[in-house]
Design a protein around this ligand. Structure first.
Ligand code: FES
Length: 87
C-alpha cells in the first residue's frame, strides 16, 4: 500500500495491493484518461513530481523509465511510500 498525492487536484488516494493507481485515481477524478489499461498505449502517461515509480509499462524506453519523471498509471506502482503526480 502506498499513497498517491494528486498535486494539481489537492487530493490524496491510497493504493492497496489489489488496486491500480489508475483505479484509485478514477474514484476521485472520473475523467482521468486511459485506453488499453495494460501498459502499452501511453494514454494514461502522467508526470511524476516526487517519489520513485515502479514502471511496468512497455511504452517508455529504459532511459525514460530511469528518469522517473513520468509513468503509466494503469500498470505502474510505487517504490516509495508516497508518490506525487501532476494530476
Ligand atoms: Fe494504455 Fe495506460 S492506458 S498505457
Amino acid at each position: 500500500t502506498f499513497v498517491v498525492e494528486l498535486a494539481a487536484s489537492g487530493i490524496e488516494v491510497e493504493v492497496g495491493p489489489d488496486t491500480t493507481i489508475l483505479e484509485a485515481v478514477r474514484d476521485r477524478l472520473p475523467d482521468v484518461m486511459s485506453s488499453c489499461e495494460d501498459g502499452y498505449c501511453g494514454t494514461c502517461e502522467t508526470p511524476v513530481l516526487e517519489g520513485i515509480p515502479e514502471h511496468r509499462d512497455t511504452v517508455l524506453t529504459p532511459s525514460e523509465q530511469d528518469a522517473n519523471d513520468t509513468m503509466m498509471i494503469c500498470v505502474g506502482r510505487s517504490r516509495t511510500r508516497r508518490l506525487v503526480l501532476d494530476l
